[in-house]
Design a protein around this ligand. Structure first.
Ligand code: GLV
Ligand code: MN
Ligand code: MN
Length: 408
């Protein structure tokens, strides 16, 4: 590995101290918290320095326009929020690369032939309000404003209240068909979140597809009680029921080919060492290439949850919080990008599927969308070990620059 792009790429270096997670390491930047607001301000400052006009849309997404907004726009960008304790690249790499690409094109005197913008989508990770790609979903009408505004974070604060406190009018939240139909092409550059490019020995790839994926909340309730005074035969302990289900998740997922299932978050109420919990919640993230497989897997896990609840004298409810169907990116933009990048390097651009969700996936149901991936030598993501070499980041900026130059 050479130097990390996080310290060498100017934009990433500028934001390297914003939202550092002192407990986990890496970054915690959640929708409209202090760190994410700092990044929003940084983006405005950076884009304004390039002479771009920045606006925040009705759903809290930022748009930096190179020239006047208009129809058939070329839009690139990604997101600036993170998972808890995430890496430096997931999201910011796409934003920083877009800013660098525009700067390079301006320096060479390029004048875009169509409206061109850098977009930063809000709450892509769904880490604060639970619904992945919330900004692009609201924009495209994939989630209703009523449902979105009522979502609450871990402290019980609603999205409606958080938006209002940030000066974003909650009554404006919802589908934005004019903005959506104005996007002629969307290209998102992103760090690769696996080892596909490492295995291929190439710095940059295009995306072919995204696994269908969703999130489900499992809530077990039992009898809160005294840890010392309650006989082992006398308990209705939701922690035991939840643990039994979680322990069985990997084996159930392995029966379904490429399916993946994860429980990464669990909450015990009230959460006392000497207190049998009265309620335990965990969140299941399940994914597969075939959406019927994902649904079947979740149904099996829900059945296991009901059985475990009964066995422990508890009750359980299962609620779907987020769902994204499988995405197959269209041939059109990919062919156009391939033509540009092959022409540049003479080598065909690899095409890779991904198990990670993206705003480009949400948007691809409505507009021609494509993705560029940049090699990640650790293959690790959603963790501080996420990595991209400076040389590969430069190759990503170079690819995006060529794509913008040719497609605008
Ligand atoms: C976001 O990166 C996701 O795949 O959940
Ligand atoms: Mn992510
Ligand atoms: Mn991302």
């Amino acid at each position: 590995m050479t130097d990390s792009g996080a310290t060498v790429l100017p934009g990433l270096a500028e934001i390297a101290e914003v939202g550092r997670d002192r407990v986990r390491g890496g970054y915690t930047r959640h929708l409209l918290d202090h760190a994410e607001r700092t990044l929003r301000d940084w983006f405005v400052e950076r884009a304004t320095r390039l002479g771009l006009d920045v606006e925040v849309d009705r759903n809290g997404n930022s748009w930096a326009w190179w020239g006047a907004p208009g129809p058939d726009a070329f839009v690139t960008g990604s997101h600036l929020d993170s998972v808890p304790g995430g890496g430096a690249f997931d999201g910011p790499l796409g934003v920083v690369s877009a800013l660098d690409a525009v700067a390079r094109l301006q320096a060479e005197g390029h004048r875009p032939s169509r409206p061109t913008a850098i977009a930063v989508f809000a709450e892509e990770e769904g880490s604060r309000f639970g619904v992945a790609c919330l900004g692009s979903r609201l924009l495209s009408g994939a989630v209703s404003p009523e449902r979105a505004l009522a979502l609450t974070d871990a402290d019980g604060t609603s999205l409606e209240a958080v938006l209002a406190s940030a000066g974003i009018d909650p009554s404006g939240v919802g589908p934005d068909p004019d903005r959506l139909s104005g996007i002629g092409t969307f290209v998102e550059l992103h760090v690769e979140q696996g080892r596909g490019l490492v295995d291929l020995g190439a710095p940059v790839a295009m995306a072919s597809s995204i696994l269908g994926h969703g999130r489900w909340r499992f809530r077990f309730t039992g009898q809160g009680n005294h840890a010392g005074a309650t006989l082992m035969t006398d308990r209705r302990d939701p922690m035991v029921a939840a643990a039994a289900v979680i322990a069985g998740v990997p084996a159930l997922a392995r029966q379904h080919g490429d399916a993946r299932a994860t429980v990464g978050r669990l909450r015990s109420v009230p959460g006392g060492t000497n207190v049998i919990a009265s309620a335990v919640e965990f969140w299941l993230d399940a994914r597969a290439g075939d959406d019927t497989v994902t649904q079947a897997l979740v149904a099996e896990i829900a059945a296991a949850a009901r059985a475990a609840a009964t066995a422990n004298g508890c009750e359980v409810s299962v609620t779907e919080e987020s769902w994204s169907a499988r995405v197959d990116f269209p041939d059109g933009p990919r062919t156009a990008i391939d033509r540009v990048l092959v022409g540049a390097g003479g080598r065909p651009v690899p095409v890779l599927p991904t198990g990670a969700g993206h705003d480009a996936g949400v948007l691809s149901a409505h507009v021609p969308a494509a993705m560029l991936f940049v090699r990640n030598p650790t293959g690790v993501s959603h963790a501080p070990e996420e990595w991209s070499d400076a040389d590969d980041c430069a190759a990503g900026v170079d690819a995006l620059t060529r794509v913008i130059r040719e497609l605008t």
